[in-house]
Design a protein around this ligand. Structure first.
Ligand code: HEM
Length: 395
């Protein structure tokens, strides 16, 4: 007979608390209840790095197909993110060419460099601007539009679609209003993809849409559209939030900024920023059978939520993981891009676009940037986390 304990249940943690200040909660849970069913989230939260890694790296025991999420409703289809095994692999590989190091270097880096220079050049020197809306959001949107092959979409459209799809996918309250917004995004994206199909067929390129359309054995069109939508939902907010977080980390730690500039350690700053505040904080998996984690019985079909945000600050791996420290020696491998078969497909391009391209260009143009009032910086988010406004004086 199994001696596994039942999962403890919490009825006090609220979604509002997780949305505004999750890190003190995770720090407590790592210490007191690393496997905990949180009623407000209706899931079992795993907060230790060893456990989140185990779940994601063991797809034979944990499925990504969580039927209780509103993602399918929000995206009008099942995307590759919620598929397992061969089916997942086939869809992921259909656009993989667009994410290969060769294509990133030949096709996307020159474009990201051009956009970064152009968007930084139009910032008004000397003024205080909201970096979120003036730079980080539009930069992430333009790069993604090009990589996906939908340059016809404006930065505003890309950002609206991304936000609408993400809010729909996170609409656990199943509110009509949020689905109306995501439905509108779906309609507009489908109309655009319909209208640019002929262009991609007559002049094939290396964009994700073009590669999927022109494949020898193409996946169904519905799935091409679904996976473009998951890339829109997953490819704008995260580089945008990563960029803002890293800039915040550097501007609030001037000694580190000085050293980063001196050594051109932009990639190190990138890795520390996404470790410190993971843009995607949590991911769900469903137990495929009865099993045990840390001596607790996890019944078949239980939805476990791996909290990579917490794993990235786990005391087992990091001394003072709560602090931003580019030069920490206990780097550990962070989990900000996930692990296993669903490892972020955009991780290489995000590392280049943000870490290697935008950060040095921005700090060269405005070496004395500062945040005039830290109280004006607003952090938010349980599933996805970043600043929602960050006024910066451009000097
Ligand atoms: C700093 C930026 C980014 C971060 C932190 C990030 C994070 C993640 C994470 C944690 C996952 C895995 C979720 C899970 O395990 O359930 C993921 C998946 C994914 N990401 Fe990213 N992402 C970033 C940028 C991007 C970009 C720029 C793109 C597209 C160009 C992208 C496309 C994707 C796709 C398509 C998947 C699904 C992969 C699959 O299920 O096989 N991501 N991302």
């Amino acid at each position: 007979m199994s001696t596994a304990k039942s999962i403890p249940v919490d009825k006090h943690i609220t979604l509002a608390a997780l949305d505004s200040a999750p890190y003190p909660i995770y720090q407590r849970l790592r210490r007191e209840a690393p496997v905990l069913h949180v009623s407000a989230v209706r899931r079992t939260l795993l907060t230790k790095a060893e456990d989140t890694r185990y779940v994601k790296a063991t797809p034979e025991l944990f499925s990504t197909n969580d039927p209780s999420t509103p993602m399918k409703r929000a995206m009008w289809s099942h995307t590759l993110m919620r598929k397992d095994g061969k089916e997942h692999r086939r869809e992921r590989m259909a656009m993989n060419g667009a994410f290969s190091p060769k294509v990133i270097n030949s096709d996307w880096i020159p474009q990201y460099e051009r956009i970064a220079r152009e968007y930084v050049a139009r910032l008004p020197a000397g003024e205080t601007i909201d970096l979120f809306s003036a730079l980080s959001g539009p930069y992430a949107a333009r790069g993604l539009a090009i990589l996906l092959g939908m340059e016809e979409a404006t930065d505003e459209q890309m950002q609206e679609w991304s936000q609408a799809l993400i809010e729909g996918a996170g609409n656990f309250g199943w509110q009509d209003k949020l689905f109306e917004r995501s439905d509108r995004a779906n309609e507009e994206i489908h109309a655009l993809l319909d209208s640019i199909t002929a262009r991609h067929v007559s002049a094939p390129g290396n964009s994700a849409f073009s590669l999927m359309l022109n494949a020898a054995d193409p996946i169904p069109k519905k799935q091409m559209y679904a996976n473009i939508k998951i890339a829109i939902g997953g490819g704008i907010n995260e580089p945008r939030d990563a960029l803002n977080t890293i800039i915040y980390g550097l501007l609030t730690n001037p000694d580190q900024l000085e050293e980063v500039v001196r050594n051109r350690d932009w990639s190190k700053a990138f890795e520390e920023g996404v470790r410190w505040i993971a843009p995607i904080q949590v991911s769900s998996r469903v137990a495929k059978e009865d099993l045990e984690i840390r001596g607790y019985h996890i019944p078949k079909d239980e939805v476990v939520m791996t909290i990579q945000a917490s794993a990235n600050r786990d005391e087992d791996l990091y001394d003072d993981g709560e602090s931003f420290n580019v030069y920490r020696t206990d780097k550990g491998p962070h989990q900000a891009f996930g692990i296993g078969p669903h490892l972020c497909q955009g991780n290489r391009v995000a590392r280049k676009a943000v870490g290697e391209i935008m950060l040095p260009i921005l700090f060269e143009r405005f070496p004395n940037m500062r945040i005039p009032d830290l109280n004006q910086v607003i952090w938010k988010g349980f599933g996805f986390r970043g600043v929602t406004q960050m006024p910066v004086q451009l000097k």
